[in-house]
Design a protein around this ligand. Structure first.
Ligand code: DP6
Length: 350
């Protein structure tokens, strides 16, 4: 007698990375992923994670990243499997999945791979557990976009903001349960670009989850938190008025403020390398002489995101390429948010 193979339907989520203009840095509570401050990000377009989740007949989950496979049997405490388990429980499922994932950009070096990674994993696994890729059907089953964002946030905080395109705000609220995540402007509002200067694609020196904890010991951290509400309103105003100079000034100060906290926390964390600092000196000189219409922001890594108007991104990218720095350049721009579809990731091999 021939056994019929069960047919498993695959679901693929494509989730963009996002670059924080106002950084999420420090948690009031790690267990509930309650951030110490509000953050604002711009969703990217080309830097994304593509994850395919397929229900499995095994009694464990499997995660494949760039062809390398691990399972929840061999790595039960891995944050990927803790997240799949969280999603499974939220969906009321008892099944297991195989999730296969790849990034269109280097991982773990300050291009927010955990943001797109956990957003894509959340969406693909919810679709696989609930067996639908349709946003309206997910919403009917209790998973509207904000609920999905909260679920993604539990995997990695910044992932919550990758659930929308354009400019997204994650508000900390007065308690962990009062957090809110919402789009504040769609991508069409203001066509900004992000010219990413990859000075190193080595994994960062310390995972951001550990670095969030180290921030509290910095003498600069309490003053930072006290000053952030005003910075938030200045960034909001710059976005509303599309005032590029004002936005640029704020985001560059904000990134340096976060890195000052990193360097003075316990343990001290040095994400900025000599190359990052040399590059910043070059950028500021070029800008002062009117040759480079771009402002820097830097996440937890040495690489520099040059935020500029979309119309200037080629000029900025060419200037970087001619600068003599040993780097590669990714030219990205504001994007429209994630998508989910039935089928495997081969469909998105662009
Ligand atoms: C510098 O979201 O990676 O990119 O919640 O512990 O996974 P966990 O942290 P993560 O922190 C991101 C920090 C940041 C700033 C930001 O994206 O807001």
């Amino acid at each position: 007698m021939q056994l019929t193979q069960p047919k498993f339907q695959s679901f693929t989520a494509v989730a963009p990375s996002n670059i924080a203009l106002l950084k999420y840095w420090g948690k009031r509570d790690a267990k509930t992923q309650w951030p110490a401050n509000d953050s604002i990000s711009m969703t990217l377009s080309k830097c994304k994670t593509i994850t395919t989740a397929t229900p499995s007949s095994a009694n464990f989950d499997t995660f494949i990243f760039d062809g390398q496979s691990i399972t929840s049997e061999t790595h039960p405490d891995h944050k990927i499997f803790r997240h799949i388990d969280r999603v499974r429980k939220a969906c009321g499922s008892s099944g297991y999945i195989t999730a296969s994932s790849k990034n269109t950009f280097p991982s773990d070096c300050g291009i927010a791979s955990s943001a797109s990674g956990f957003a894509a994993l959340t969406l693909a696994s919810v679709a696989a557990f609930l067996k639908t890729p349709k946003w309206d059907e997910l919403s009917t089953q209790g998973f509207n976009r904000e609920r999905l964002a909260h679920l993604a946030r539990m995997g990695s905080g910044s992932a919550a903001r990758s659930l929308w395109g354009g400019f997204v705000k994650w508000s900390a609220g007065a308690s962990a349960t009062e957090q809110q995540i919402e789009q504040i402007w769609p991508a069409e509002h203001w066509e900004l670009a992000d010219v990413i200067v990859v000075l190193s694609s080595e994994p960062k020196s310390m995972k951001s989850s550990d670095a969030h904890h180290a921030a509290w010991a910095s003498p600069l951290y309490t003053p930072r938190l006290a000053a952030l509400p005003e910075r938030l309103s200045r960034i909001n105003r710059a976005l509303a008025e599309q005032s590029f100079e004002s936005l640029g000034l704020e985001i560059e100060q904000e990134a340096l403020d976060m890195h000052a906290v990193c360097m003075t926390g316990s343990p001290q964390i040095q994400y900025l390398t000599k190359a990052s600092l040399d590059f910043l000196v070059w950028l500021r000189t070029e800008r002062r002489f009117g040759r480079l219409p771009a402002w820097a922001t830097i996440d937890a890594g040495p690489n520099i995101h040059l935020i500029c108007l979309k119309q200037d991104c080629d000029t900025v990218a060419k200037a970087v390429q001619r600068s003599g720095f040993d780097c590669s350049v990714i030219v990205d721009q504001i994007g429209r948010g994630p998508s989910i579809a039935e089928g495997s990731g081969e469909l998105w091999n662009d």
